[in-house]
Design a protein. Structure first.
Ligand SMILES: Nc1nc2c(ncn2[C@@H]2O[C@H](COP(=O)(O)OP(=O)(O)OP(=O)(O)O)[C@@H](O)[C@H]2O)c(=O)[nH]1
Ligand SMILES: [Mg+2]
Length: 472
């Protein structure tokens, strides 16, 4: 029988959620944190599938008593055997504990589905997106919002799981799980409404993945670790790598081209012509890449220069994952706090996937193939014009432009004009600069509905006078 594990920190609404799914008041509901002490397994039915739904003890990072510690350990022991993990969190309260738990769930990312609860209290899912999981369903357990969509999604996903083991069935079922996870994103939609990404035709193309970052953050060390031998020179002298080096690496059974680059310094610090050209070559390498891994040095935190690099990638429309390297040099708690701070302080990282790693100790590197796969699948996702327009009209009906300068602006239709980065053109009767805010609303609808969660996207509003208004 398939096992669906519900996990989350304390007091995020897990028990209310379980009760909603079971449609009865079995598990104890209370607003006292940590009421469910041990896990409880309920027989449940999803469509025609008989499954067991497991309510687990709320996770907390500072469990004081041994009973709580033991209950948490039991929850973690269930992760391996669960076929699906529903990671419940409250959209209004994404904390360091959620981030920590999300990192602990990385080994299981194929089977994790984020349940963003309390959507009635806030529509802002950016904190949830930045946890870096590809599948997010927003619900309100209390108000019964999004539950039927979740059921449709679960039915599709469970139907995909063969042999009682999701791990084994992953490679074969990747395309259909993808379809299922996309279906999950669509607000109030029947799953079949959603465009299926053009996965198959891309599968033979070798992804070109560029390693970028400041000097000395460990880029060449990462290339070496991924290719399996000392392809590039590593030293503790900043500026060791002078030119981009590309090498093939087989990651999780798939061939990739990994490109190591010269560290990017602040422009005014260029000392020589060699350095100047190294940087030009680096920038060329990352504009040619399908996606990038931005390395930062965890012991130094996120610097201005790291921000400039990320900003540049956004401008170029390159999808990227941020890897906090040298995690071995810091305390884990400090590291989680740093990631939390970055997400809070810098709007730039709102949508970014950020993960820790230690290239030196080979920690966290095993997830890199799935980060790359998820980024590329979003970056190359396509939405048909018909689907886009039926949603567009719905989004406009739900929240039409209201200000005096924008209320006469009508978006007639939209279409996707490109991938990696995904590009959309919307045709409007006219334009005013105040419409920028509304375009941002459309962007967030696009991201949420079709799952463009962690990649830069481009939106252009075009008018009959053919004046192009670009927004990135
Ligand atoms: N403690 C620790 N040191 C690391 C880690 N990864 C790399 N280093 C060290 O950091 C130094 C710089 O590593 P490189 O791989 O040469 O860095 P780079 O980013 O390629 O540097 P440039 O080519 O100069 O831009 C070396 O001394 C590495 O051994 C890590 O995870 N932890
Ligand atoms: Mg180097």
């Amino acid at each position: 029988m398939h096992k669906i594990l519900v996990i989350g920190k304390q007091n995020v609404g897990k028990s209310t959620f379980i009760n909603r799914l079971l449609r009865k008041r079995k598990s104890i509901q209370a607003s006292v944190a940590g009421v469910t002490r041990d896990y409880i397994s309920y027989p449940w039915q999803v469509g025609s599938h008989h499954v067991s739904l497991i309510d687990s003890a709320g996770i907390t990072t500072d469990a004081a008593d041994s009973i709580t510690k033991d209950a948490i350990a039991r929850t973690f022991a269930l992760l391996d055997s669960a076929h699906l993990i529903l990671f419940v969190l409250s959209v209004v309260d994404v904390t360091g504990e959620d981030i920590e738990l999300s990192l602990q769930l990385q080994p299981y990312r194929e089977k994790v589905v984020i349940i963003a609860n309390k959507i009635d209290l806030s529509g802002d899912l950016s904190d949830v997106y930045s946890l870096g999981f590809p599948t997010i369903l927003s619900i309100s357990a209390e108000h019964n919002t999004g539950i039927s969509k979740l059921m449709d999604f679960l039915e599709l996903r469970i139907g995909d799981i063969h042999d009682d083991s999701l791990e084994q069935s992953q490679p074969e079922s990747a395309a259909s799980s993808e379809e299922a996870s996309n279906a999950g994103f669509a607000d109030n939609a029947e799953p079949t409404d959603i465009a299926v990404p053009e996965q198959k035709s891309d599968q033979k193309v070798t992804p070109r993945v560029c390693v970028v970052g400041r000097p000395n953050v460990g880029k060449s060390s990462l290339l070496n670790a991924l290719v399996g031998f000392d392809r590039a020179i590593v030293s503790d002298i900043p500026g060791t790598t002078r030119d981009s080096v590309a090498h093939a690496a087989v990651l999780a059974g798939t061939e990739h081209t990994i490109v190591d680059t010269a560290g990017i310094r602040r422009k005014r610090r260029h000392k020589s012509a060699i350095e100047f050209y190294s940087q030009v070559r680096s920038e060329q390498s990352y504009s040619d890449a399908d996606c990038c891994m931005v390395l930062i040095d965890s012991s130094e935190g996120v610097t201005e220069q790291d921000m400039t690099i990320v900003r540049n990638l956004e401008l170029l429309g390159r999808p990227y994952v941020v890897l906090c390297n040298k995690w071995d040099l810091i305390q884990e708690k400090e590291g989680y706090a740093m990631i939390r701070k970055v997400k809070d302080r810098h709007g730039l990282f709102r949508y970014a996937m950020i993960f820790p790693c230690s290239v030196k100790n080979r920690v966290g590197l095993e997830y890199i193939p799935s980060y790359i796969r998820d980024l590329l699948s979003e970056a190359k996702r396509t939405v048909t014009t018909g689907t886009l327009n039926s949603y567009l009209q719905r989004w406009i009906r739900q929240s039409p432009p209201k200000s005096s300068k924008t209320k006469n602006i009508t978006i007639r239709y939209g279409t996707q004009t490109g991938v990696n980065p995904p590009q959309f053109v919307f045709f409007a009767n006219k334009y005013a600069k105040e419409f920028k805010t509304y375009a941002r609303y459309i962007e967030s609808c696009l991201r949420r509905t079709f799952g463009f969660l962690h990649v830069p996207i481009r939106i252009e509003i075009r008018t009959p006078s053919n004046v192009r208004r670009r927004r990135t």
